[in-house]
Design a protein around this ligand. Structure first.
Ligand code: PHB
Length: 390
């Protein structure tokens, strides 16, 4: 027995992009169905990055009090860049009058899921998409948790289904794109300890990069640069603290039990095509950035904001112009974010084969940023996020 569902927009993937899109469409009176192969619990407990741009927080405000970004999250008015034995603060408030919020992505997801369910959203967990068929009435072929086929017939299909996107197959040309790999990765830990610093520290040291981030008053997130093939079990807790500590000279890290470890590989990717007919891609299904600078989720939210406006015009007024423009308009911001993420990555990490020249040039680059009002402003503007309407 196949279940057939009819809706205006079928959204594959209940990550930040898919859920925010369903909210923006609902605001315009456009009904949608959101499916995700994961359970609600898996979605709400997967640890991802934790920095929200100001524009992302403002868009989350539109879901009402369900967004706890401003109440449970914390506003950060700056970060520290540390190199050559000194710390340099980038003051966002002074440079660009903007801020970011430290609020973990899985908390954003809890808020979005609660708000969507309260609004009566058709949101289905444990439903796996197998394929997308384009046409005037595109279809998503899926299966529920018991293996029962589910067919979703829609006026438009959106792939917000991450880097292993199924929807990508329906957007010819999207499997190819511009791609880059990096010769390092991040070893990430979560530990039970108080914060070691009020603001995030991005540290370039002779031993490699480290990032001191946070999650809450009692849980901290930290990363250090490692080889992409590093085994998470290869370090004892004492060795992990040693690796972190030696890369953040000048700060005594507050240690505590490490209860999660993971290795994050670095890739940059932008699909050649973001839309074909009545199927479009957003977020990680369309592009990937390395984590330095925390642009991933913010970029997904920016895509969705554009696509929501385009779908409103298309579905309510049969005006296809914004939809036709979506790939180009989205690409402008995507490539600015690609550049920023690549730039932060290269400026802060030490490549395995770096020569004396490379190392000193890199310190020169860092100095040219922190010692210039314009350099600091460039970093602050990109970090807090370019205006969503631009
Ligand atoms: C994080 O807290 O996970 C985080 C923060 C800043 C980044 C990347 C990751 O640039």
């Amino acid at each position: 027995m196949t279940t057939t569902v009819r809706t205006r927009v079928a959204i594959i993937g209940a990550g930040p992009a898919g859920l925010m899109l369903s909210h923006l469409l609902a605001q315009a009176g456009i009904e949608s169905v959101v499916i995700d192969q994961r359970t609600r619990d898996e979605i709400e407990s997967t640890i991802r990055a934790g920095i929200l741009e100001q524009g992302t927080v403002e868009l989350l405000d539109t879901i009402g009090p369900a967004s706890r970004a401003r109440t449970v999250g914390h506003r950060h008015d700056g970060i520290e860049l540390r190199f050559d034995g000194e710390g340099h603060r980038i003051d966002f408030a002074e440079s660009v009058g903007r801020a970011v919020w430290l609020y973990p992505q899985h908390e954003v997801l809890k808020d979005l899921i609660a708000a969507r369910l309260a609004a009566g959203q058709d949101l289905r967990f444990g439903v796996t998409a197998d394929g997308v068929e384009d046409g005037d009435h595109p279809r998503v072929h899926a299966r529920d948790a018991d293996g029962v086929p589910v067919e979703i017939e829609a006026d438009f299909v959106v792939g917000s289904d991450g880097s292993r996107s199924v929807a990508r197959a329906a957007v010819a040309g999207s499997r190819n794109g511009s791609f880059r790999e990096y010769p390092f990765a991040w070893f990430g830990i979560l530990c039970e300890a108080p914060p070691s610093s009020e603001e995030l520290i991005y540290s370039n040291s002779p031993d490699g990069f480290a990032l001191v981030s946070q999650r809450s008053a009692t849980v901290q997130r930290m990363y250090f640069q490692c080889d992409p093939d590093t085994d998470t079990a290869a370090f004892s807790e004492a060795q992990l603290w040693d690796e972190l500590q030696k890369r953040v000279p000048g700060t005594t890290l507050r240690e505590g039990p490490i209860f999660q470890r993971d290795v994050l590989r670095f890739r940059s990717f932008v699909a050649n095509e973001l839309r074909r007919g009545r199927v479009a891609l957003v977020g990680d299904a369309a592009h990937t950035v390395p984590p330095t600078g925390a642009k991933g989720m913010n970029l997904a939210i920016a895509d969705v904001r554009l696509l929501a406006a385009a779908l409103r015009a298309f579905l309510l007024e049969s005006d296809e112009r914004l939809l036709d423009a979506y790939p180009d308009t989205a690409s402008r911001r995507i490539w600015k974010a690609q550049h920023f993420s690549w730039w932060m990555t290269n400026m802060l990490h030490v490549t395995p084969d770096a020569t004396d020249f490379d190392r000193r040039r890199q310190l020169g680059e860092l100095r040219s940023v922190v010692e210039s009002e314009h350099g600091r402003a460039y970093l602050a503007e990109a970090y807090c996020g370019w205006p969503l309407d631009a």
